[in-house]
Each structure stands twice: as C-alpha cells, then as structure tokens.
Design a binder for this molecule. Structure first.
Ligand code: MN3
Length: 207
C-alpha cells in the first residue's frame, strides 16, 4: 500500500498574491512529490512497515530499523507536514478564528494580535529549514514551537511535542521565489491565507 501525493485542495494560483502559483506548483509537485516517492522507496526494504499509517510510523520513528529510520523521519515527515499544510491555507483566507478556538487563543496568548506576533517570531526564529507550529500540547494547552528540517511535534524524537492544529513551512523553497530572504514578509502574507475553519476543526477534534 504505497503512500500517495494528495491533490492540492485549490488551484496553484489560489493563494495569489500572497503565495505565488509557481512556488505552489514546484512546492507541491516536486518537493512534496519527492518526499512521497522517497518514502515509498525506503519502505520497499521493510515490508512490515508498509501497512502502517504514516502517523503511526512517525510516532515511533526513533525506534524504527536503522536502515529506514532517517529516510522515514525526513521523507515521511515531509509527506505528513505538507499534507497537513495545504489544507490549513485557502483562497480568501485570513481574518481571525471564531468561537472556541478564538477563546482558547485569547486564554493562552492574551489576544489574537499577541498570538500572531508570537507565532511569527517563533517561525521566523527557526534557524535554517523547518516548521512553525501551533499545537495542543500533552497537557491539553495551546502552545507555539518549531521543529527543524521535516521533524514535527508528533515524532517521538522531537523536543517539541503536541498535536498540530496549524503549521507553516519555513524552508526557503516555500517562499524564496517571491520573498527571497524576507521570511517575516512571507509569514505576514501567510496570515492572509490561513484557513481558520480548518484550524478550528483540528482544534475541535483534538482538544
Ligand atoms: Mn516544503
């Protein structure tokens, strides 16, 4: 049962002008597609792992056979992270969350503006390539953090743990064509495409 590249839930140009169509085309087709192919290649060597869900593999990635551990961490992580990332963005996104999630964000961070500032500084401050996250932590609280490379908060090997409800890719491939070195400008733009309905659904499912 091979892992497959999910379709984007919108057209390549749907997030213009905040995220350009060419970036989306390369990011989804080449980068995410590449992670899926390399994950499947790695699992060829370990038949027993082929029927396990990606999430189950990531939760115990630190104990997988040495022969596939790094490949699953990097490419399985890449596949999960991007599959999660596309639907938390949408055309005509942005604005602010409502109801339960709005209240939880206010309780955890003081206000939406304070949350936004801290989310942006957390993601901007990730050295090198990685991801910024809003998670429900193991204590059931909203928490901000970041992970390097294609690690994510579900992984047993991650220092930062929780159930992601929002994530942002801060690899340069996510923004370099339009924003070059200006990661904070990309993050500001990201806030115009966040799909708060999808984030709220994650929150409702896992709180
Ligand atoms: Mn990426």
């Amino acid at each position: 049962m091979a892992h497959t590249l999910p379709d984007l839930p919108y057209a390549h140009d749907a997030l213009e002008p905040y995220i350009d169509a060419q970036t989306m085309e390369i990011h989804h087709g080449k980068h995410h597609g590449g992670y899926v192919n390399k994950l499947n290649d790695a699992l060829e060597k370990e038949a027993a792992l082929q029927n396990q869900s990606l999430e189950d593999l990531l939760k115990k990635v630190g104990t997988l056979p040495q022969s596939v551990r790094t490949a699953v961490r990097n490419n399985g992580g890449g596949h999960w992270n991007h599959s999660f990332f596309w639907p938390v963005m949408t055309k005509n996104g942005g604005g602010q969350p409502e109801d339960d999630l709005a209240k939880a964000i206010n309780d955890a961070f003081g206000s939406f503006d304070q949350f936004k500032e801290k989310f942006m500084s957390t993601a901007a401050g990730r050295f090198g390539s990685g991801w910024g996250w809003l998670v429900i932590n193991p204590q059931g609280q909203l928490e901000l953090g970041s992970t390097p490379n294609q690690d994510n908060p579900l992984m047993d090997v991650s220092d930062f743990k929780g159930r992601p409800i929002l994530g942002v890719d801060v690899w340069e491939h996510a923004y370099y064509l339009k924003y070059q070195n200006r990661r904070p400008d990309y993050l500001e733009a990201f806030f115009n495409v966040i799909n708060w309905a999808a984030v709220s659904e994650h929150y409702a499912n896992f709180k």
